[in-house]
Each structure stands twice: as C-alpha cells, then as structure tokens.
Design a protein around this ligand. Structure first.
Ligand code: ATP
Ligand code: MG
Ligand code: MG
Length: 374
C-alpha cells in the first residue's frame, strides 16, 4: 500500500482518493487553511500539521497551484514532492508561467507586466486594446481579471487594479492581448518518472462568466498534434511527473496556450467515464512510479459542471449514459458542487442526450446547455 499526501482537500483530492483505492493507493489530504490532515472523502480529521503529514506518506502532490511557497519549500526538502515545486509555482504565478511557456518555445498571447499606472500606458502601446488584465497571483475561475476595451477606459479600471496590486506584496498584473478565439480547447496529459508521455483526446470547453461549464472530448487530429507537441515541450522542460493540463485558444486552426494547470483538471473529468484510465488514476500511477494507463477514448463523453446546486432530479440517474459525481460540498451560489458525465456511442447520440438533459435541468445553473435547448 502506497500513501499519497495531497496538498489541498477539495474535490480533486477526493476524486484521486476514489481512483487510488482499487490500486491500494491510500490518499490523505492536507488542508492548507486549517493545517489539518483530513480524509479526502469524509473530511474527517486524521491529524494536524504539515510535518506529521509528510512523515506519514510516500509521495506528496498537489490539487491546486495557489500554495504558499514556504509549504512548497518544506515539501521539496522532504524529497517526496511531485510533479516538481517549480511547476506548481509557475501555475500559481502568471509571470513565471509566461516565462516558462516562452522558454519551452510554446506560442502564447503577447503580454507585459504592470505595476503602475504608467505601466498600463506602456501596455496599451505594446499589447494594444482590447486587452485582458489578470492578477499575476491568486487568480482562478476568471477572478482577478479585467477587460479593457478602449484606451479611454484605462482610468476607470485602474483603481481596482491598483487596489489588487497593493493588497499583496509580490502582486502584479499581467496585461495580455485579447485573443479573438473561435473556441477554447484543453489537453490533459501525463508524464511518468521515466519520461513516458500519454495524452488524452482534446476537450472543447465552454466557459460561462469565467467558469468552465461544459467540456466535450473531441476528435480533431490537426489540433491534437499541435497540442501534443506543446504538451511534450512544457512537460519535458519541467521534467514533470504527473498529470498536467494545457488550456488553449483555437484561432483559425492555430493553437495558442492560454494557461497551464500543474494538476488534474476540471476539463479532464470526462475521463472518468470516457477514457480507458481516468486522469486521477493516471496522476497517482505517475507520482507512485507505476506504469501509465491507456488514455484511449472508450466512449463519446461530455462533462457538465453542477454550479451552485446540491440536488438534481433523481430521474437523471435513470437516463442512459448519465453519471453524476457529487463533491459533498456545502451549497454556495456559483460553487462547483459536482459534475455530470454524459456518455454515448456516437457524437449524434451524445448531442441528443445533452438535449434531453438540457430539458430537465435549471437553465440558470447549467448555462452551457442553452445551445442544446430547442
Ligand atoms: P481557470 O479557472 O481556468 O484557472 P483563470 O481565472 O486562471 O481560470 P483564464 O483561464 O486565464 O482564467 O481566463 C478565463 C477565461 O477568460 C478563459 O477561459 C477565456 O474564456 C477568457 N480569456 C482569458 N484570457 C483571454 C485572452 N487573452 N483573450 C480572450 N479571452 C481570454
Ligand atoms: Mg487558471
Ligand atoms: Mg483557465
């Protein structure tokens, strides 16, 4: 039995725990806020303190990138941490992330870093408008972002940005060109200790108000090839071990990396039903030094996030191809409470199943299903 400690005790640790059980991999989670060691399924407290958590486990990994660096440094010293603390730090700081992408030779949106009102003028000059501004630290689900449509609006958005910069000592804003993308896709893949790489089929993603709402596995050989090459470049440059996700903008058939996530990813949840080996199991296999599992697609699958709802019609469980995954979290408006994986034997059957689902669900909580409503 291997024991894996996950930094973070949310749904990703929970799903790692579920995937690890059949392989005799025991997952415990360190809640960075309470400093408790908890069971990822029950949230029962198993102990307290990072040192004791580290002593108990064979491997340490993470379910999110916004981890205080002092914690990462302690984990690094233990020699047990994977994928690598450098990857987690890059995922949590858009400045490091951009530098990493540039070093790996991977295309990404043009940008500059802003710390003052004068810097914003420079950004308008060099990056141009429209522009997307993102806090370098702490951003997720579209939080800590601004849109600048015309240079004349700079004074309107600056006060909020200045406040954001002032609130955290090492904070800054990354000013990025607005990318007129046709769609967003992401690649989830895994790299093993001996450098083997396996990737899942691309997922096409729909975001609503900055939050992922729908993710569908797609078959698109040209884009897949571009994505695979960029994945391998980034993963190899970090000597990465585990699951890594790359988010892309598809601009007329050319992929541009939006951001990376050094962990299992929401756009890979479809693999629980749609792939031979799910992303959670493959992450555990990689960090435990085991052979990777096949990433082949076994069924057409889409994933729908359940946002801000803690109950669904029971009839959904009777729908063919419909699989519900709750996270056991307390209900809050807009919160990711669970997801639904919908599987089918063909893409047209998948479409019709999504259409039936769209009829049974509250449009407010499932905005991405709007396109499937008649
Ligand atoms: P996540 O929860 O995925 O980590 P995040 O808060 O880190 O989200 P991003 O992924 O950078 O934010 O941006 C959120 C969404 O905003 C993107 O999925 C995309 O729809 C849009 N977006 C971000 N950057 C740009 C850009 N440069 N041009 C156009 N749209 C953008
Ligand atoms: Mg992000
Ligand atoms: Mg994103």
């Amino acid at each position: 039995m291997k024991k894996v400690l996950v930094l973070g005790a949310g749904q990703l640790a929970r799903m790692m725990s579920l995937a690890g059980a059949p392989l005799n991999i025991d997952v415990i989670a360190y809640d960075v806020n309470s400093e408790n060691i908890v069971h990822p399924l029950t949230q029962n407290v198993l102990g307290h303190g990072l040192d004791s958590a580290i002593a108990q486990c064979d491997v340490i990994t993470a379910e999110f990138e916004h981890i205080p660096h002092n914690i990462l440094d302690i984990c690094e010293k233990s020699g047990k941490f994977l994928p690598t603390t450098a990857a987690i730090k890059a995922g949590g700081d858009r400045r490091l992330e951009k530098a990493l992408l540039d070093t790996a030779g991977v295309k990404n949106a043009r940008y500059t870093v802003i710390q003052s009102r004068e810097d914003l003028n420079t950004a308008i000059e060099h990056v141009g408008v429209p522009m997307v501004l993102k806090s370098a630290l702490g951003g997720y689900d579209g939080k800590g972002q601004w849109r600048l449509k015309t240079a004349a609006d700079a004074d309107l958005i600056w006060p909020e940005m200045a406040q954001c910069i002032a609130a955290t000592p090492t904070q800054a804003i990354v000013a990025e060109e607005f990318v007129p993308f046709d769609r967003e896709v992401s690649l989830v893949g895994v790299r093993s200790k001996n450098g083997d790489v396996a990737v899942y089929p691309l997922a096409e993603n729909v975001h609503t108000d900055g939050v992922l709402s729908l993710s569908t596995a797609i078959h698109c050989p040209e884009l897949q090839q571009q994505a695979n090459n960029m994945f391998t470049a980034v993963a190899n440059s970090l000597d990465y071990v585990g699951v890594l996700a790359l988010e892309f903008f598809d601009v007329q058939g050319q992929l541009l990396v939006n951001e990376i996530a050094p962990r299992v990813h929401n756009s890979g949840h479809w693999t629980q039903q749609g792939a031979e080996t799910c992303q959670f199991e493959n992450h555990l296999r990689a960090v435990c030094g085991l052979p990777l599992g096949s990433t082949d697609l076994i069924r057409h699958t889409a994933m729908i996030n359940i946002l801000g709802e803690d109950t669904l019609p029971e009839a959904l469980l009777a729908m063919a191809g419909c699989h519900i995954h709750w996270y056991g979290k307390e209900k809050r408006a807009g919160r990711k409470m669970g997801h639904i994986n919908v599987c089918a034997d063909s893409s047209s059957q998948l479409e019709s199943r999504l259409a039936s689902l769209a009829e049974s669900l509250n449009p407010h909580s499932f905005p991405a299903l709007q396109q499937y409503r008649h």
